[in-house]
Write a protein that binds this ligand. Structure first.
Ligand code: GRF
Length: 210
């Protein structure tokens, strides 16, 4: 069974969706860089081990990442899931977990990498918005996309309503992508290619909600 660790900084609603999904992998631990993150309570309630590693206690990014890396090794983790983890990861850490670390981003990548995606979508006047599960690479929000949840921006949408609607989609597509990794439906090959049901994945599997 695949052993999973989830990295969080905040509320952890995606962590909750993963817990509730009864994955065929096992969530063996949750790491937070913030002691007050509500995600830690969710993990404890579910009987999952937690570790707080406060970035501000370390002199630089690499040292902080080394401590996380050691904890992941101690838990014998196969797959790292970023779920609202608000730290940029150092290149050595990302390289060590290449092909074994995924993230969810609140936009239809490659559009709107980075922060404040809902504001930017509204400002541009886009019709389509959503979220993307992708492998993590050294370049921000640029690793191969696995799944996407797509919604149509409503005339009356504002930042709060869009954020809430995207969250609903996140809670659907993240557990699905992770389950596909756990059961081998999605496979990351050593040469960097990703297979879906044994075929090369050319573009993300998309779920639409209108
Ligand atoms: C989500 O919007 C996700 O897209 C982003 O961080 C947020 C985490 O929310 N990466 P939560 O802590 O899972 O509720």
């Amino acid at each position: 069974m695949i052993k999973i660790a989830v990295l969080v900084s905040g509320s952890g609603s995606n962590l909750q969706a993963l817990i509730d999904a009864n994955l065929s992998g096992q969530i063996v631990g949750v790491i937070s860089n913030k002691p007050e993150a509500y995600a830690l309570e969710r993990a404890t309630k579910a009987g999952i081990a937690t570790r707080v590693i406060e970035h501000k206690n370390y002199p630089n990014r690499e040292t902080f990442d080394d401590v996380m890396h050691q904890q992941l090794k101690d838990w014998d983790v196969d797959l790292v899931i970023l779920a609202g983890f608000m730290r940029i990861l150092s290149a050595p850490f990302v390289n060590a977990w290449q092909g074994k670390m995924v993230n969810i981003h609140p936009s239809l990548l490659p559009n709107y990498k980075g922060m404040h995606t809902h504001e930017r979508v509204l400002k541009t006047g886009d019709v389509w918005h959503g979220c993307t599960v992708h492998y993590v690479t050294a370049e921000l929000d640029a690793g191969q996309a696995l799944t996407q949840g797509i919604l149509k921006v409503d005339l009356h949408d504002n930042v709060q309503s869009l954020a809430a609607r995207v969250h609903v989609l996140e809670h659907l597509i993240y557990p699905q992508a992770v389950e596909w990794i756990c059961n081998g439906t999605l496979q990351h090959l050593d040469n960097g290619q990703v297979l879906y049901k044994g075929q090369m994945l050319e573009k993300p599997i998309q779920f639409c909600q209108f």
